[in-house]
Design a protein around this ligand. Structure first.
Ligand SMILES: [Zn+2]
Length: 266
């Protein structure tokens, strides 16, 4: 790599993994040189990959993003993202401990510098772990939709934090999970793989019966369970929600005219 420095131009050797070298020819001529806190240098290169040819489809894999499982799909498969919950709890506990220690030092008039650094390192590690899980998860979901000739359907997550289906304690825990990142990863991997992506209205996906359409708060006897008060249909609550997400996407492509974000190929 040739870099222009204050002391003139220098040549620096650099290494790439297989993933990077396969895509390097698509580099857009724009990059950032970044120094991480641990002293390692990275070259962040923007690549411009062609979109896959969109496969027209009328069926979707509905995906519900949640707490107990990071994602549940409308086939009833739960994607837990191995170790996510353990990692979440461990980091949370550790952070609280460090924050307490920092506050204690401050009270005694000392600067909690070392503790602050530990907190920073912790959040860096946590972010890298999350990113890794989100990459794996989005890859799995997009591949599944692709292999079965379906599109992907997700809820519009703008309001996810104040969703009624999450109790306060859970909302607090979820706040830390990067659902936005997961959705971004799913979106670009879907686009690259030619998989249709539908974003559906999230209202009542957790209260509506996926079989008969009856909507009621009482359809949820517990956080984990769905039981329809009219037809008696039962399912794990996240599976029922994922099935609703799937049917909303199917309905949206059935009548594309009253669907604002039409993503039909061509
Ligand atoms: Zn029902």
């Amino acid at each position: 790599m040739s870099l222009l420095t204050l002391q003139g131009r220098i040549l620096v050797p650099f290494i790439m993994g297989t993933y990077q070298s396969e895509r390097f020819s698509a580099a857009k001529g724009q990059c950032d040189l970044v120094r991480r806190r641990d002293g390692q240098w990275f070259l962040l290169v923007t690549v411009d990959l062609p979109d896959g040819a969109k496969t027209p489809t009328t069926d979707f894999l509905g995906v519900d993003l949640g707490v107990a499982n990071v994602a549940t799909d409308s086939d009833g498969v739960k994607h837990s993202g191995d170790g996510v919950e353990t990692c979440r709890i461990r980091h949370h506990t550790r952070r609280q401990g460090l924050q307490k220690a920092a506050a204690g030092r401050k009270r005694r008039g000392r600067r909690p510098k070392a503790i602050r650094r530990k907190l920073r390192d912790l959040s860096g590690r946590e972010a890298r772990f999350r990113k890794d899980v989100n990459h794996t998860l989005s890859k799995t979901l997009v591949a599944k939709a692709q292999d079965t000739g379906r599109g992907l359907a997700l809820e519009d997550l703008k309001g996810i934090r104040d969703r009624t289906r999450f109790r306060k304690a859970q909302r607090a825990r979820m706040g830390g999970w990067a659902f936005h990142q997961l959705r971004t990863f799913i979106a670009y991997k879907a686009q690259r793989g030619g998989v249709m992506l539908e974003i559906v209205d999230p209202r009542n996906t957790s209260r509506e019966c996926a079989v008969c359409g009856y909507v009621a708060k009482t359809n949820r006897p517990s956080q984990a369970e769905f039981r329809c008060g009219v037809c008696g249909h039962t399912d794990p609550a996240d599976v029922n929600a994922a099935r609703n997400i799937r049917s909303r996407a199917r309905a949206a492509v059935d009548r594309p005219n009253d669907h604002g974000g039409c993503r039909h190929p061509g």
